[in-house]
Write a protein that binds this ligand. Sequence first.
Ligand code: SF4
Length: 425
Amino acid sequence: MLLNSMKSLIFSDKMCGLMKKRYFIRTFGCAQNEADSERIASYLEDQGYKPAETIEKADYIVINTCMIRQMAENRVYGLVNNLKKLKSENGLIKIVVTGCMVGMAVRDKTGKLQKVLKERLPIVDEFLPIEEIGFDFLPKRSKKRLALVPISNGCNNFCTFCVVPFSRGREISRPYEDILKECQSLVSEGYSEIMLLGMNVNSYGADLLVGENNIQVLRDLNVKYFKDTSNNASALSSKTGRVDIKKVKPVYVTHLGRQRIPTLFPLLLDDIAKIKGLNNILFMSSNPWDFSDELIEVIATNKNISREVHLPVQSGNNDVLKRMNRWYTKEEYLKLVATLKFKIKNLKLSTDIIVGFCGETDADFADTVDLAQKVGFSKAYVAIYSDRPMTAAHKAMKDDVPFTVKKKRWKILEDLINLPNLKKK
Ligand code: SF4
């Protein structure tokens, strides 16, 4: 999909004969945002723009936002307000805001969030919805060694604390062949290290396996994934040994408390791992309930897939997990970790943990500490719970853990997990 809004801004500049040639992109947040910015840069360069060394030297400024926590949002407001002077000195400068804050605002049917954005950021010329940054443009890589390859966008899981299903929308997977082609061409560009990206990277392809798409995907993949399943026995002709694609149904599995359509991620990862020249393949961020035995097997058998696996747990207490709408229990998570450690030698596990989620007691937190001690994470992104608009926790739960308590719990986990690992380095 083309950047229609951005196109119209650039077009109007051209029409006035005022087109300037320098752009600057400031990216907040996760690797997925970084990858989006790489495609925006590619689009702008295609239109004749060149990168500016600093924000002050740019005539076209794009701010790619994050709103996972209030602090991330505040940094965006701070930056845009600091640009007021620049804009007042040169009215031709265009400021475009995109990313999660805009995605969230356009999905808010009440219109309140859009109003807030416009009121708080009056100097912004354009609010560009994240969906307009499609996968059509080959990214302008910002990293020399590691190439970021987005394979999906959005999320369907609706963890009660998380804005992603609202800011990025439902999960959409990129076509399988497009990803493979991009990975192959990266090798010819000299990259040997890639990171596959998705908000739920290991849910990849589940959306491709339902409805009309199902037929094309299975045809493309030569139905190897589904051939042996008893669910599809009737689709397999005993005479020809061929599969009648129209009869193939997706297979449902229950894994860690959630009924899922088996994803295409193990297949995709296996195919990418077979590309000659790729020496280190990372992926981020995976969820426990799509971490299937097939996926573990693929990692175990392909030495060029990184042994550093990120597996967000969020909490070690079953009541808190339930309130978070994370469908596994502490025991199931530990069992999954045990399987991973058994199958994959030299595994390093990192995680995400939220402290001070609504109603989290000292005893609940002690369960998280216990889980962390049992797993022995190599790294943890420990976040202090921050109430986010539109989420179920915001609507139905009380952010009732005092900040001082949240901070104390954060420090306990930092000292337990991250400090010793920092000292080892
Ligand atoms: S935490 Fe992850 S799985 Fe849960 S809603 Fe957010 S992006 Fe989706």
